[in-house]
Write a protein of this length. Structure first.
Length: 340
């Protein structure tokens, strides 16, 4: 008997944060379609394993992380070299070299030369939207990818607060954290308008969550502390009436689930990291000189957004689309393709 052909292995490096993973979903979908019978392994931080598998684009995760969004070592890659390695991590030689050290059969990277039979990588554009960048990168190698292909399936996990407005005041860096007292003003006004408001935060943000809740007068049951497990966070955001936050992972996850969002941008423009141009997403942004998205002080552009603007945007979305009409049987009825 003839042995079945060996399943090839494709290793993809994108060892960054949750928002980066979700911005990379269109490119990952392109790879999944291009290599349907092969094993796709994604190298990223172990805390994002469930999120990566939930995208339906990868078969396995290789735990990999480095401080400060650096390039991790991949020396623990098991078995023979990958047949194909794809650098979705950055544009420098560091990420390319981490993959090249495994001696893959082929390597796709912005910093690499042409791959036999797959063409030459494009030039890096610093002013390009993140989703568009990686889809264009793959297309240069003949791999089709759609930058608007961001949607994730609704999770089966029950939401801890279905139909609520979710306010997420945290962010990885202080530069992207809008002042908590302004979030509290918005939360109070939304509650006064009859909406339930719940507050979420990451594992190290309990103090921030409690400070906002105290200022807004929220009951204890509307504080979701400790950093929700991914499945529960996904369910909460998928079935929320609205998500109000800065430019951080939960904002991208809400967009992926088709939930309405008001996202406060600064110092990075929504032109580079914002949601698709749909009416249910409002991106608030004050133009200005470039800033450091990983800085240790709130960015001046973010401070120019006031509570009145955020409240008005949130109420406009909530008034347009009552939460009780947003989902039926786990299907998002806002999508014209499934609207009945």
């Amino acid at each position: 008997m003839t042995a079945p052909p060996r399943r090839r292995r494709v290793l993809v490096l994108r060892a960054l944060g949750l928002g980066d993973l979700l911005a990379g979903v269109p490119a990952l979908r392109g790879l999944r379609r291009a290599f349907p019978g092969d094993e796709i392994v994604l190298a990223l931080p172990p805390a994002l394993r469930q999120a990566a598998l939930a995208t339906g684009t990868v078969d396995r995760v290789l735990p990999a992380e480095a401080p400060g969004r650096g390039v991790p070592s991949l020396g623990h890659w098991p078995g023979p070299p990958p047949d194909l390695a794809v650098d979705l991590h950055g544009n420098g030689p560091e990420s390319r070299d981490a993959l090249a050290a495994l001696r893959p059969g082929r390597l796709l990277a912005f910093a690499a030369g042409p791959a036999p039979g797959l063409g030459r990588p494009p030039a890096w554009r610093p002013d390009e939207h993140e989703r568009q960048r990686w889809c264009r990168f793959l297309r240069s190698y003949g791999i089709a990818a759609d930058p608007d292909d961001v949607r994730l399936p609704a999770p089966s996990t029950p939401s801890p607060a279905p139909g609520a407005v979710v306010v997420h005041p945290g962010a990885e860096a202080a530069a992207r954290r809008w002042p908590v007292q302004r979030y509290a003003v918005v939360a109070r006004r939304l509650r006064a308008a009859g909406h339930r408001v719940v507050v979420t935060g990451g594992p190290a943000e309990d103090a921030l969550v409690r400070q906002l809740a105290e200022r807004a007068g929220l009951p204890p049951g509307d504080l979701l502390c400790g950093g929700l497990p991914f499945a529960e966070l996904s369910a909460l955001l998928a079935r929320a009436a609205l998500v109000v936050s800065g430019d951080t992972g939960p904002a991208h996850l809400a967009v992926a689930h088709g939930t309405s969002t008001v996202t406060l941008f600064g110092p990075v423009s929504p032109r580079l990291w914002g949601p698709p141009p749909l009416a249910r997403h409002v991106a608030l942004w004050k133009p200005g000189p470039p800033g450091d998205p990983h800085g240790d002080r709130t960015d001046p552009r973010l401070l120019r957004i006031d509570a009145d603007e955020v409240t008005a945007a949130a109420l406009a979305l909530l008034d347009t689309e009552p939460a009780t009409q947003r989902h039926r049987d786990g299907v998002d009825v806002r999508d014209p393709a499934v609207r009945r």
